[in-house]
Design a protein around this ligand. Structure first.
Ligand code: ZN
Length: 112
């Protein structure tokens, strides 16, 4: 499952960052083009962290819209579907401004 491997990557990053401390909350930023379903991510996160050092650590998901800019007419469009076409002139000469993000934005830690 796609979301499960994303959660494994998040857990590895948080564990490495936390060291001896306990993580209470992790904020991840995920671009629209990653096609990750937040509810599924939350479910996988609970399943993955249950019974581990990360049990009880909340997962907060910030979704980043996919935005492209057209090189022909300069229009910036937010993509509802992963189709790299300008919404104004339908040119496919576009650059991706956001939407591919997958990063751990912050981790709340407390001394164990
Ligand atoms: Zn255009």
């Amino acid at each position: 499952m796609h979301e499960l491997s994303l959660c494994e990557a998040i857990a590895a990053t948080v564990s490495r960052h936390a060291g001896e401390r306990a993580a209470t909350c992790v904020v991840v930023r995920i671009g629209h083009l990653r096609q990750a379903v937040p509810a599924t991510l939350s479910f996988c996160w609970r399943m993955l962290t249950d019974g581990t050092d990360l049990a009880g650590c909340a997962l907060e998901i910030e979704q980043v819209p996919a935005v492209i800019r057209c090189r022909d007419c300069g229009t910036e469009s937010t993509l509802e579907v992963p189709l790299m076409l300008c919404s104004s002139c339908t040119s496919d000469d576009v650059e991706l401004l956001s939407g591919q993000e997958f990063l751990v934005a912050s981790v709340d830690l407390v001394e164990a």
